[in-house]
Design a protein around this ligand. Structure first.
Ligand code: FE2
Ligand code: FE2
Length: 307
């Protein structure tokens, strides 16, 4: 089988970014420079904690309890979380977004539940030209219709490190949206930052894995969200993009993807209308820690975390 990097027949396949000369990935370094290179290797280290779908009050509480120790244990520089289920499983409200930012989350991504709480529309419009306000650091999928409220990409700095976050939604077994692959192309080309994380909020594993390969070498990480079930396929792809199909939910596992199990089982048995309510037991925080080189944006490692 031909490697994907060679390009699909008739379809130009974007080439990965080249590592800068002088970085630890550059094989031309000589022995006399080794010590300095090692020092710069550690100085250039950036660690990103990405937290999977925060579900309801149980999810918010465990983030509040565990985030400080996770940041300390893993020497985390940047915290990103998917918050689409923060409001009792359905959407996110302005006060809850503010609450998550106050806990130390830098950027919140979302997905198909973003409009469940209508007041979030007003929150998006509060950005009012401030490129780094909380309203701008809450994202909705970038491949939604362009004239909808909010944005799907954010670029900022943490300390002196420029970074970008892109939020996309899949199209397989989900509502129709623009092509996430080509939207990703456009957004990546518009970013200055080397450190770029993509949250691919999608149902189909094949669509998420395909996006990982498609963006390999052009972004630091492609992390999957939405299914609420963590997958065990985390790895760094050959050109330096960290990848996982689904980070998993941060919330109650004593249910069905966050909802009381008896309600969902009943729905499968009789298909009668039912109001879903959040489960409450076996609360876990699911996340990944990605380490990368800030000068190239290339990932060095990705580690799954469940607490
Ligand atoms: Fe979700
Ligand atoms: Fe979702």
């Amino acid at each position: 089988m031909e490697p994907l990097a060679a390009g699909l027949k008739g379809v130009p396949f974007p080439q990965p970014r080249k590592a800068r000369a002088g970085c630890p990935h550059d094989s031309r370094r000589d022995a006399s420079a080794t010590r300095g290179m090692l020092e710069s290797y550690f100085e250039a280290r950036v660690r990103i904690l990405f937290i999977g779908d925060i579900f309801g009050r149980p999810g918010r509480i465990i983030v509040k309890e565990k985030l400080p120790s996770l940041v300390e244990t893993y020497s985390v520089d940047l915290v990103i979380a998917n918050g689409e289920n923060s409001a009792a499983g359905f959407g996110i409200t302005p006060p809850l977004a503010e609450e998550l930012f106050e806990l130390g989350i830098d950027v919140i991504t979302t997905g198909n539940h973003i409009w469940d709480k209508r007041e979030i529309i007003d929150f998006f419009q509060m950005a009012d030209g401030n490129a780094h306000s909380p309203s701008r650091r809450l994202l909705r999928p970038a491949n939604f219709a362009a004239d909808l409220p909010g944005r799907g990409v954010y670029e900022g700095c943490k300390g002196k490190v420029p970074y970008g976050v892109i939020n996309l939604q899949g199209r397989v077994f989900m509502a129709s949206n623009d092509d996430p692959f080509r939207v990703a192309d456009q957004l990546i080309n518009g970013l200055q930052a080397k450190v770029i994380l993509v949250d691919m909020h999608a149902e189909a594993t094949s669509e998420k894995i395909s996006l990982g390969w498609y963006l390999d070498g052009r972004v630091t990480a492609v992390v999957g969200t939405h299914t609420h079930v963590p997958t065990a396929d985390e790895r760094v792809l050959p050109n330096g993009t960290a990848y996982i199909t689904d980070v998993g939910m941060t919330g109650p596992y004593d249910g069905v993807i966050g909802v009381k199990k008896e309600l969902v089982v009943g729905k499968f048995l009789n298909n009668m209308p039912v109001r879903f309510e959040p489960a409450s037991g076996d609360v876990r925080l699911c996340a990944v820690v990605i380490e990368c080189d800030e000068t190239t944006g290339r990932a060095r490692s990705i580690e799954r975390v469940m607490v």
